[in-house]
Design a protein around this ligand. Sequence first.
Ligand code: NIG
Ligand code: FE
Length: 447
Amino acid sequence: MSVRSTPTPRRVKRKDSNRFDPTPQVDLIIIHANELVTLDSRYGIPRVGKEMKNLAIIQDGAVAISGDYITFIGTSEELMTKIPSNKKTIIIDASNKLVTPSFIDPHTHIIFDGYRENELEMKLAGMSYLEILESGGGILKTVNATRKAPLTRLINNGRKILNKMMEYGTTTIETKSGYGLDTENEIKSLLAIKELNHDHPMDIVSTFLGAHTIPPEYKGKNDEYVEVIVSEMIPRIAKEELAEFCDVFCEEGIFSTEQTKKILLSALKYGIKPQIHIDEIVDTNGALLAAELNAVQVGHLLKSNDKGLEALKRSKTIATLLPGTPFCLMLKDFAPARKMIEMGIPIALATDLNPNCWTESMQMIIALACYHMKLSPAEALTAATINAACAIERQDEIGSIEVGKKADIVVFDVPNHNFLPYQFGVNLVSKVIKNGKVVVDFEKLPK
Ligand code: NIG
Ligand code: FE
């Protein structure tokens, strides 16, 4: 199965979503969906607390698409009476199938070279993530390989990952630099992201993560490296418009909360918005810092304390939970997702795809979220779609199936959303629609 490359999509400018003008030509219709998960925004953007379970499902649902956008949703009966199709209209019969907004993966690291499959044996022998890093493995091993890789190699590596992500139902991601750790190689990584965003049907939001770890040449001179990030990298990246967000790995022995603040405030001066890796291994009061800095999203939160969570609740920051990481690190504890939902903190899910935790599959992440963090299937689906859109500030365009939103939709070959975590470890996708075009079609495989 290959992902079909489409030309850069024509973007129809919308004046405002209440006055959407449907294009007369209906290009694509999905009809008879057993469950059409709309995630209607009337029930909250982001969805929090009890509303996370409310998928706003239409039974025997139908969708009409014109160009890149959704122009109608309703029951199949309503569609048949209201929406004229013609010979050119593509009709997808979704009988016995589940139709959802496509996945958004709001925290990934896809730009790297080399592998780290050898580290599994180290983990099995009891070495921790930071011990592997201190021994020159982990992020540093990937930095070494990524620095040596030409731009074209990083683009090709990234393309392979994007193809697989799309086959598994993801049509928008956030991804980061962070394995260059010097100006030239960080820029190279961001250029790879830019090129892929232009070339591939996946929509990609770009983040600068020069503060991923201390590069070997600055060992013991952490503040000097922070100075390079602030005075050299950020101004260049801003000038070349290579990143929308700036991220920092705020962790004991990596970047302190003070250094994190300095980096993110300096990025903000250039209009580059903050996000942070927080409280992954040690509680460094990351949640409190994130709320104070109005971070758009924060990742991990395995160890966040109650005061920090309270502060997050009062902020607009989205807590992006990454259960693939504790799974790959063989940790006993996952992020306290139930507690967060009960507190009303908006949560999203992401793969955190990186050479330590390599999965392209948001279906896998939904399964981990249910089995290890006790999310219900509906809560996990909400976190992987509309709430994930909020984590990258794309909630007005994607994340739900509503008139005026982009037609980014997945048809799953299962009867309902409970199957997403239930039938795990396999790809349940039947078709993926991106900007109104079918880009993945498993129905075309011989039966
Ligand atoms: O989010 N924790 C920091 N960064 C990544 C891992 C990067 C790596 O191990 O290569 C993460 O888990
Ligand atoms: Fe990460």
